[in-house]
Write a protein that binds this ligand. Structure first.
Ligand code: 5AD
Ligand code: SF4
Length: 467
């Protein structure tokens, strides 16, 4: 018998890459690959890369330099270490990776990893690149995860339900790296959710670059909306929590359909926390970004969601220093952040990406963009602190996920994705239990298990946070 080979997969970027990394490991498991958590002793290393900003891409090349040394050291001991580059950098820069990084045996994009066993066999004899957008359905050909793998991956899991993007925001590489928008059929998603729930998963986050544009084939032969899909998934036995990310404001509602907003009103399992990136608060910049919505449209969506689910909290992404951004444009963004009172937000300095329209526009001076980024981040930090402070004394439902570092302590997530630590038995892992918050750390909360029936403290949190 051949010895099991060790696989190390490193994910960069978004949660969809994490999902893809798991599915790559699932594809290789029948061939004898066992996933390891460290580089040491790995026979195959896959870097699942991100191209969203320049810095994300640079990280890959510096990692490949280090891997080259490791590969040579292993070779001197007679051991072959294969290196593959997957994901969005692979898709965008396939040939260049092979040229620049001698360590690399195999390059493949996000749409071809269902062919991994075959590609790997070919890569034993020479370098392989596969960055096609194949006509066949990748998802239909992926190997299901083993029960053991699902258990090891934990209580909360991801399912990709939609992939790719047809919106073409002028700053964004995703339409080029992930390709055109595609929604998976409802039946395939439900089957995946049932399999996960059966293995002990309690929380599922539905993933898509434009997840709320979901329009997969339903069992009734019609296209289902994300709202309808969420209703169906809420019926899966064992699943206690549902989330979805990332949404586009324009797809939150349409004239004929408000099923997603209704899902927030009607489904207790749908968590009251939504990542809804707006990128900028200035209509001029939103237009230059080709976002296809205004600041007022966004505020309207936020208002409708709050009406449907009063305890909902929001997070967002922002880009500062987009070409042509004036101090007034920036101020409009800053004021929008304060006005909405996000629970958290991510902000980035604009990074020109090759092949995107905004890369050809006149760029902002870097020092101006950096200074604005700092100002915005201070405001975001202030709001985050305020939101967390609003949790003090509140009782929040926590889904416990694992043991914490400190003996006797367990850790889980609040409805708002905050990590919450308590002293408690490991038998609570996988369960939802109310916790009274009594301490704030820098990124986590601590509390004590509350007795009695679950009492929702979310409304109190929002009130205290001034949202
Ligand atoms: N420069 C900076 N940030 C970007 N993002 C996407 N493209 C760029 C870019 N070219 C940010 C957006 C997006 C998040 C995932 O990354 O805010 O929502
Ligand atoms: Fe990065 Fe976007 Fe690709 Fe995710 S889809 S890995 S965020 S470039």
């Amino acid at each position: 018998m051949t010895r099991p080979r060790k696989l190390y997969v490193k994910s960069y970027g978004c949660q969809m890459n994490v999902y893809d990394s798991h599915r790559m490991a699932d594809m290789l498991a029948p061939g004898g690959f066992v996933e390891t958590a460290t580089l040491d002793g790995a026979d195959l290393i896959i870097l699942n890369t991100c191209h969203i900003r320049e810095r994300a891409t640079e990280k890959v090349y510096s990692e490949l330099g280090r891997l080259r040394e490791m590969q040579e050291a292993a070779a001197s001991e007679g051991r072959r270490v294969m290196v593959a580059v997957a994901g969005c950098v692979a898709q965008a820069e396939g040939q260049e990776i092979i040229r620049r990084a001698p360590a690399v045996d195999l390059v493949f994009g996000p749409q071809s990893y269902h062919r991994l066993p075959d590609m790997l066999a070919r890569a034993e004899h020479g370098k392989v690149i596969d960055t096609e957008f194949p006509v066949e359905d990748k998802f239909g050909q992926l190997a299901p995860p083993s029960r053991g793998a699902m258990r090891q991956r934990g209580i909360a899991a991801f399912i990709t339900v939609q992939e790719g993007c047809d919106k073409f925001c002028t700053f964004c590489v995703v339409p080029y790296t992930r390709g055109a928008e595609l929604s998976r059929p409802v039946a395939a998603i439900v089957a995946e959710a049932e399999r996960l729930a059966d293995a002990g998963v309690r929380e599922i986050t539905l993933l898509g670059q434009n997840v709320n544009a979901y329009h997969g084939d339903g069992p009734d032969g019609r296209a289902w909306t994300l709202g309808k899909l969420l209703h169906r998934l809420a019926e899966v036995p064992g699943l206690a929590r549902l989330r979805y990310t990332t949404s586009h404001p324009r797809d939150m509602v349409s004239d004929s359909d408000d099923s997603l907003i209704a899902a927030h009103r009607d489904l207790p399992a749908l968590m009251p926390h939504l990542h809804l990136p707006v990128q900028s608060g200035s209509d001029r910049i939103l237009a230059a970004m080709n976002r296809r919505h205004t600041r007022a449209d966004y505020l309207d969506v936020i208002e409708r969601l709050r009406a449907a689910r009063p305890d909902i909290a929001f997070s967002s992404d922002f880009i500062v220093g987009f070409p042509g951004e004036t101090e007034d444009d920036f101020r409009a963004t800053f004021e929008l952040v304060s006005e909405i009172g996000y629970a958290s937000a991510y902000s980035f300095k604009y990074s020109p990406r090759p092949g995107t329209p905004a890369a050809d526009m006149a760029q902002m001076p870097d020092d101006v963009a950096s200074e604005r980024l700092q100002r915005l981040q201070r405001e975001i930090d202030r709001l985050l602190d305020r939101f967390n402070a609003g949790c003090l004394g509140a009782t929040l439902d926590v889904l416990f996920e694992k043991s914490a570092k400190k003996p006797g302590q367990i850790v889980g997530k609040s409805p708002y994705l905050q990590s919450v630590h308590v002293m408690g038995p490991t038998s609570l892992i996988g369960q939802i239990h109310p916790v009274t918050i009594n301490e704030l750390g820098s990124y986590t909360l601590s509390g004590t298990l509350a007795g009695g029936a679950s009492r929702h403290g979310e409304a109190a949190v929002l009130a205290a946070a001034g949202a």
